[in-house]
Design a protein around this ligand. Structure first.
Ligand SMILES: [Zn+2]
Length: 299
């Protein structure tokens, strides 16, 4: 018997509170616009309330309006950021003042929002393609497999191939790559020791991306003694973007399945649901039933 960490629902393992954004808006001139706001008064538990928040974020359109809407509904991606006063970047004088009535908020750029969304959406496309048995469609479009041409440390085996991921623009948005000026679309990601099927390349790329991004946004492993059954491995996150990557990593590990609700449009966790269940909740099920019964074409 093996007890996997994800045998419990991913959300049950992590205690993470976050704050929706209040007064969220874009400020500043075209070239350096920031989505700024401050945390709303009441916190909420995103991982418990939103079982597939990573999917919702990945589905957001790359527009200023769509990012504001997401921030107002679920919160900023991280705390901190560039300090803003009213409708401009805080000046040195404003930063130094002790005026208690000066209203500060914090913001981050469109590129950061877009970069995070693109990275998550890319990883999700890999995962969906693997799960749906169409990993071969990724090759050439989202992934390249090229001969390995980098140096290898002496004494280490030489890989045969390198998997390249179409993540260069997201990496540039996030400032994770040195080559700001490069317009290449693909980035070298993970070496393969031998030729293999597209699915193996896709799995390797997905494993690499999830590991790298979880480390980059600081998903931290914790051992907790607070459980009645002894010491348990769990995780700690301190930002919404880290929570979404953790949620996705646990979904990948637990092979969780999500379905879109035909009534309200929300993604719901269908891992333990019957295969014929379609809606996210009893409420939506009843609504669909009423619409069908009354002959409406509502869905
Ligand atoms: Zn629903």
């Amino acid at each position: 018997m093996t007890a996997r960490i994800s045998s419990a629902s991913p959300a049950a393992l992590v205690d993470f509170q976050w704050w929706r954004m209040a007064d969220g808006r874009w400020i500043g001139p075209r070239s350096q616009r920031l989505l700024a706001g401050h945390p709303a008064d009441d916190g909420y538990q995103p991982l418990k309330r939103e079982p597939a928040l990573f999917r919702k974020f990945a589905d957001v359109r790359d527009t200023e309006d769509a990012f504001v809407e997401f921030a107002m509904r679920y919160g900023d991606l991280e705390s901190g950021g560039v300090v803003v006063v009213d409708d401009h970047l805080a000046t040195g004088k404003e930063m130094a003042t002790d005026d208690p009535f000066l209203v500060y908020s914090e913001g981050r750029s469109f590129e950061i929002w877009r970069g995070h969304r693109r990275m998550l959406a890319f990883a999700l496309r890999l995962w969906d393609a693997i799960n749906e048995g169409r990993a071969d469609e990724l090759i050439g479009a989202e992934l390249l497999v090229k001969p390995y041409d980098s140096l290898v440390e002496p004494g280490k085996p030489v890989p045969k191939y390198m998997v390249w991921t179409r993540t260069a623009s997201a990496q540039r948005d996030l400032g994770l790559t040195a080559s700001q000026t490069s317009n290449a679309e693909f980035e070298p990601a993970v070496p393969l020791m031998r030729a293999s099927l597209p699915e193996a390349a896709a799995r390797a790329a997905l494993a690499y991306l999830v590991s790298e991004m979880c480390a980059s946004v600081r998903v931290v492993m914790r051992v907790t003694s607070a459980q009645p059954d002894g010491l348990r491995l769990t995780f700690e996150v301190r930002s919404l973007i880290a929570a979404m990557w953790l949620q996705f990593a646990l979904a990948v590990d637990g092979q969780r399945e999500y379905r879109p609700c035909p009534v309200c449009g929300d993604w719901w966790d269908a891992t333990e649901a019957r295969s014929d269940r379609k809606t996210c909740s009893d409420r939506c099920r009843k609504r669909m039933h009423r619409q069908t019964a009354s002959g409406g074409s509502g869905v």
